[in-house]
Design a binder for this molecule. Structure first.
Ligand SMILES: C[S@@+](CC[C@H](N)C(=O)[O-])C[C@H]1O[C@@H](n2cnc3c(N)ncnc32)[C@H](O)[C@@H]1O
Length: 230
């Protein structure tokens, strides 16, 4: 039988979540993904901007971003209470500007859990766990709804590489499909910034992930609606 590249998780189990969090400590490759996202956010989001993360997990990306962006405000969503508790402990030093919300991203209207206008949405290694293209499109659709003019989405996630020799779980699909979905739901620009830990011959479930960047179109305010300075 052909092995399928993928993994099953028990993120609602406190022991599993704690053990997984220890095993998933960021490697240099994973930190390079965080740094790429940080560079994108620095260029695009105001210093006190609002950043939302989908699938907080143990909070490694959140800690990386909040340590580097001293005025940014953060809201992390996850459906796992144990993971949210681990992340909240890790981010205790940023408690005045970090909020955690238990939400299932598969629920209708998941974005209603967001607290106000959002400048950027980030996610790492989470959306592939939702099931497949349809579920990722549901989440991309919500992102397009909440991000305003030139709002930024950065998704770093496992993919099925072009030329794959193995079967991959349905949540890991090609880069071109991600880009099609992003454009279809209303992002103006959608691109793959970089692929990390590319491996075709004998991939582990922790290899082959890409960073997607998508931006909402600018909202043009008609001349007649512009307020003249007093
Ligand atoms: C790999 S972890 C995220 C790691 C995190 N980005 C970091 O850097 O520490 C993926 C997370 O997605 C969450 N997740 C999976 N399916 C979800 C769903 N349907 N709704 C909300 N969160 C979900 C899991 O509970 C898990 O905490």
């Amino acid at each position: 039988m052909t092995a399928i590249v993928g993994a099953d998780h028990e993120f609602h189990d406190p022991e599993y979540a704690a053990d997984w969090a220890e095993r998933f400590e960021p490697t240099p490759d994973r930190l390079a993904l965080f740094d790429l996202m940080l560079a994108e956010l620095r260029g695009r989001v105001p210093p006190d901007g609002r950043i939302v993360e989908l699938g907080v997990g143990p909070g490694y990306l959140a800690a990386h971003l909040l340590d580097a962006l001293p005025a940014a405000r953060y809201q992390g969503l996850d459906f796992s209470r144990p993971m949210l508790d681990i992340a909240a402990r890790r981010l205790r030093r940023h408690a005045d500007r970090a909020a955690f919300t238990q939400t299932d991203l598969l629920a209708d209207g998941w974005w209603k859990a967001l607290e106000g206008p959002v400048d950027a949405i980030v996610s790492t290694w989470a959306l592939h766990d939702l099931g497949g293209q349809h579920e990722v499109e549901h989440v991309y659709t919500g992102c397009a709804r909440v991000l305003g003019s030139r709002g930024l989405l950065l998704n770093g996630d496992f993919i099925k590489p072009d030329g794959a020799l193995q079967e991959y779980e349905p949540g890991r699909f090609p880069i071109a499909t991600h880009l099609d979905l992003l454009r279809r739901v209303g992002f103006e620009t959608a691109e793959c910034l970089r692929v990390f830990e590319a491996e075709l011959e004998a991939p582990t479930p922790a290899q082959n992930y890409a960073c997607f960047r998508a931006e909402r179109p600018p909202v043009i305010v008609p001349q007649s609606h512009r307020r003249e300075p007093a």
